[in-house]
Design a protein around this ligand. Sequence first.
Ligand SMILES: NC(=O)c1ccc[n+]([C@@H]2O[C@H](COP(=O)([O-])OP(=O)(O)OC[C@H]3O[C@@H](n4cnc5c(N)ncnc54)[C@H](OP(=O)(O)O)[C@@H]3O)[C@@H](O)[C@H]2O)c1
Length: 265
Amino acid sequence: MSIFKNKVIWITGASSGIGETLAKELAAEGAKLILSSRRSDELERVKKALKSADSEILILPFDLADASKTDALTKLVIDKFGRIDFLINNGGISQRSLTKDTSIAIDRKVMEVNFFGTVALTKSVLPFMLKQKSGHIIVVSSIVGKFGFYLRSAYSASKHALHGFFDSLRLEIYKDNVNILIVCPGKIRTNISVNAITGDGSTHNKMDESTDKGLSPEECVRQILNGIRNNKEELYIGGNDINAIWLKRFFPKLFSKIIRKQKAE
Ligand SMILES: NC(=O)c1ccc[n+]([C@@H]2O[C@H](COP(=O)([O-])OP(=O)(O)OC[C@H]3O[C@@H](n4cnc5c(N)ncnc54)[C@H](OP(=O)(O)O)[C@@H]3O)[C@@H](O)[C@H]2O)c1
């Protein structure tokens, strides 16, 4: 039997890409889902495509940039389902702009969405997982959570920050039977580059060539779910791009030379 059957799973960023695909796979395995992102119409579209009973899916739209709402939203989930077994912190926004062209307001916005929004939701859910003495928190970081890259200074910083936060939290809750998995995808074929923001806050609106050639979201989700099943702490998902993580760790000077030559997109 699937480990996800009848489990209550909250997915952020469920309106497209990796989050939408997670919703489809987990619904197919019999999970009860809470679907969140900003666009309620898109969440409704995702819900309609699932074969789950109406009562097993809760749509909770919210903006990760507004951390003040997470306690009230968590209460709604507990009122409906009584528990939360998995929190999948997947929602996020990327950036495509040189540091010199990026206003501090955009740096803060990317941090608010990717870091503080994720932290706030986790802090709202955590007391319930500690009380029920079980839970699994999944955080979707990026390979640029492990090293920096062109046009992504704010995005890379926001993903690095997630590692510091969740590695520390993992230590603190080890004895409470609450697990943490940090996922670092490389290039995955979603609208992440289309939806990325530029230095003045406008939308990049372009499918990057390398993203278009990336892994399918279905393969990414297959590996995430296997990582959860095997209780991994950190997971790298992609093609050759994920070798950069090992290169940086063991041969940092060679890594610098090679990464400089990569296309800045
Ligand atoms: N695709 C890749 O190559 C790649 C690589 C590394 C890491 N990632 C990470 O994977 C995660 C999922 O991205 P994706 O590739 O599936 O891209 P995507 O298709 O653009 O999905 C991003 C999701 O996040 C939601 N979101 C964005 N801003 C939000 C906000 N302020 N508040 C609440 N929700 C928000 C979006 O929904 P709404 O617009 O409805 O709010 C959408 O559901 C992200 O954390 C991303 O950083 C992706």
